[in-house]
Design a protein around this ligand. Structure first.
Ligand code: TRP
Length: 361
């Protein structure tokens, strides 16, 4: 079976290190592993519009930001197809047919949709498009016959829903669609990176994000003012590691070789944690260490971004070519879908012949 990656992000803002740890970094590794037949990375602008209908400029302006973030992380347009959701009309077509296979009550039970509805305070005025975006997401994945979907943990319910739609479709119309598998980060700290203020989620409105496009100074300022253990007041006090953002970030990003390079008094993270717990390790020292680790991770990303920023039309061109390739693949799947659903009237000579025969009798 072909191995195909399909994944994407809503262009509602620049991408931050939560996106990077949760999925982007993995995508680049998978891309470079060379073990996939096709890789599709989608900027989900149509999905972003489901709760931003009144703010099209926000979505429009963030297309290029997300594209630059992708490229700067090392997604290579010669290997991975980067494209924009709204430019593939076959996605709408497929969603429309999937709508018949999903019940309202099933959508109401989708935990991600439920919590997003609460977060957005829609109450009773939920846009239908927003409510049904899990269906459109199933179309995103299956139009490209995605087998592996690297995303964050919050997307699990979407994958469940997608699998159900695939099973229902195949059982009703015949085996056309492929059931995808979700790929979550192996590292627990990467599953959900907290904001720099220690809050559970990084979010633009909370101002607690480190962006991939932040300058070196921005990053170090944010790290030096990060939330740690509020009860760790004097250096000699014992400190708490759990829930301490600096340690969570170190769990996500630091490797043993970073110690030799930046903090040779310790050989590994466990030693550093033990010292913090015992007391005698100051916050500044670990923050400086985290800063070195993060700068090492982010500086090649920043440098690549600078290069791509010099030629913005070329980035739009990459997206345009990506859309063309994606649409060609989408057309093939839609053809198979329509045939399976018996709505391929004009391609079906047997149908026309049978109907003529009926009327000739
Ligand atoms: N829902 C995803 C997010 O909020 C974006 C997305 C849209 C997506 N379609 C997708 C992710 C298909 C994976 C596969 O980030």
């Amino acid at each position: 079976m072909r191995k195909v990656i399909l994944t994407g992000d809503r262009p509602t803002g620049k991408l931050h290190i939560g996106h990077y740890a949760g999925s982007l970094k993995r995508r680049v590794e998978l891309q470079n592993s060379g073990s996939f037949d096709d890789i599709f990375i989608m900027i989900a602008d149509a999905q972003a519009l489901t709760d931003n209908a009144d703010n099209p400029d926000k979505i429009r302006d963030n297309i290029i930001e997300v594209a630059l973030d992708y490229l700067s992380c090392g997604l290579d347009p010669d290997i991975s197809t980067l494209f924009i959701q709204s430019q593939i009309p076959e996605l709408c077509e497929l969603s429309f047919y999937y709508m018949n296979l999903v019940t309202v009550s099933r959508l109401q039970r989708n935990p991600t949709v439920k919590s997003e509805i609460q977060m957005r305070d829609f109450q009773t005025s939920i846009p239908v498009g927003f409510f049904t975006y899990p269906i459109s997401q199933a179309a995103d994945i299956t139009l490209f016959k995605g087998t592996v979907v690297p995303v964050g943990e919050d997307q699990l319910p979407m994958l469940e829903q997608t699998k159900e739609i695939v099973r229902k479709f195949n059982a009703t119309y015949g085996d056309v669609l492929i059931e995808p598998e979700i790929l979550l980060p192996d590292n627990k700290a990467c599953l959900r990176l907290p904001g720099t203020d220690g809050k559970a989620k990084m979010s633009k409105s909370l101002g607690n994000c480190i962006y991939l496009s932040d300058t070196e100074e921005d990053v170090s300022k944010k790290i030096m003012s990060m939330y740690t253990d509020p009860n760790h007041i004097r250096v000699q006090d014992p400190g708490q590691v759990e829930g301490n953002t600096v340690f969570t970030y170190l769990d996500a990003f630091c490797r043993p070789e970073h110690f030799a390079e930046y903090l040779p008094d310790y050989t590994c993270l466990d030693e550093l944690k033990d010292h913090y717990r015992r007391g005698g390790l100051g916050d500044i020292k670990m923050k400086r260490f985290l800063n070195s680790v993060m700068q090492e991770e982010l500086s090649p990303i920043r440098a690549r971004r600078k290069e791509y920023e010099k030629n913005i039309p070329a980035v739009y061109d990459i997206l345009k070519k990506g859309c063309e390739k994606a649409q060609a693949v989408g057309r093939e799947t839609i053809k198979e879908v329509k045939e399976a659903m018996k709505i391929n009237y004009f391609d079906d000579e047997a149908l026309i012949a049978a109907q003529s025969k009926k009327y000739a009798e």
